[in-house]
Design a protein around this ligand. Structure first.
Ligand SMILES: CC(C)(COP(=O)(O)OP(=O)(O)OC[C@H]1O[C@@H](n2cnc3c(N)ncnc32)[C@H](O)[C@@H]1OP(=O)(O)O)[C@@H](O)C(=O)NCCC(=O)NCCS
Length: 262
């Protein structure tokens, strides 16, 4: 492979990280302007807290790919939230592999937020994006294991020898103030978060035009998240909506059922 430099993202490179994910033609749309703003805020604070949150691969000084991660302190794991080599011309040239290798090496070093130890494992929810080589195929090729036999997306790579990751199980704990409302929980580490939030809002409003909708920033409003246990992307009337919003018909059906089941 030609020269590929892997670098930890510094505060002044946050926009490079954001622009690797958001195609130029979408950057001026209000939901992406807002998504970039919340990601900037998340990234600035997270770099301050943890030092490193993402690495960028530069091919001949040109940003070609990213790997992004965040510690899950309670579980003592490092979650990889995204790996992405957006441009076709840079794919299958070893960029993804170089990014992952750099992260594995970095993860082996002691971290102050893990009590000066390494994380037990790298864990990822390897979701796919249409038109791209799927993240889960990539991780499986790189030696990651399934955490649960019948789930092809939840994968891990032990850092501590012999460690077996067991996903935390939990349930959604509705709060009295969630009655008669929709809640959307968004992850500000993804610059698409506000775009997705707008789509979810629109899908809800089509079937429940008067339903109040509250958005919760999962990084800034951690108390709101923690008291609800395992939070979904969306909950209506205190009930988690399990259908993904892109399956609009079934998503909307669940919204209606959640409102009917008072
Ligand atoms: C997964 C991804 C990061 C891999 O990046 P990459 O730089 O192309 O990968 P590499 O060149 O380092 O290849 C790593 C391995 O994957 C394999 N691979 C990569 N792309 C492949 C493809 N299209 N078909 C088959 N195998 C492929 C390579 O053959 C290599 O395996 P090997 O070591 O056994 O030869 C890239 O394809 C990607 O960005 N996909 C989209 C991921 C995504 O959806 N991210 C979320 C965005 S919001």
């Amino acid at each position: 492979m030609e020269f590929c430099k892997i670098k930890d993202v510094e505060p002044e490179e946050i926009d490079v990280l954001i622009n690797l994910c958001v195609p130029p033609e979408r950057r001026a749309f209000p939901s992406f302007v807002e998504g970039a703003a919340v990601k900037r805020n998340w990234a600035r604070k997270s770099i301050e807290m943890f030092g490193s949150i993402a690495k960028i691969a530069y091919l001949n000084d040109y940003p070609a790919g990213l790997i992004q991660y965040q510690p899950r302190i309670e579980e003592k794991i490092l979650e990889i939230t995204c790996i992405f080599v957006p441009e076709m011309r840079n794919q299958q040239r070893g960029v993804g592999k170089a990014l992952l290798k750099a992260l594995v090496e970095d993860a082996r070093k002691p971290k102050p937020y893990f009590g000066d130890a390494s994380p037990l494992a790298l864990v990822t929810w390897a979701f796919g994006v249409p038109g791209y080589y799927p993240q889960n195929m990539f991780y499986l090729k790189m030696g990651f294991k399934k955490a649960v036999e019948n789930n092809p997306f939840l994968l891990y790579h032990p850092i501590k020898e012999g460690y077996v990751y067991q996903p935390k199980t939990g349930r959604y704990i509705p709060q009295p103030e969630d009655k008669g409302k929709a809640l959307i929980f968004y992850d500000p580490s993804c610059p698409f978060c506000m775009y997705f939030t707008e789509q979810i809002k629109a899908a809800i409003s089509e079937v429940a035009p008067n339903l109040p909708i509250r958005t919760v920033n999962m990084f800034e409003e951690q108390d709101e998240v923690n008291k609800r246990g395992q939070v979904p992307l969306c909950a209506v009337n205190g009930k988690p909506v399990t259908t993904f919003f892109l399956d609009k018909e079934n998503f909307q059906r669940e919204v209606i059922e959640a409102l009917e089941g008072n």
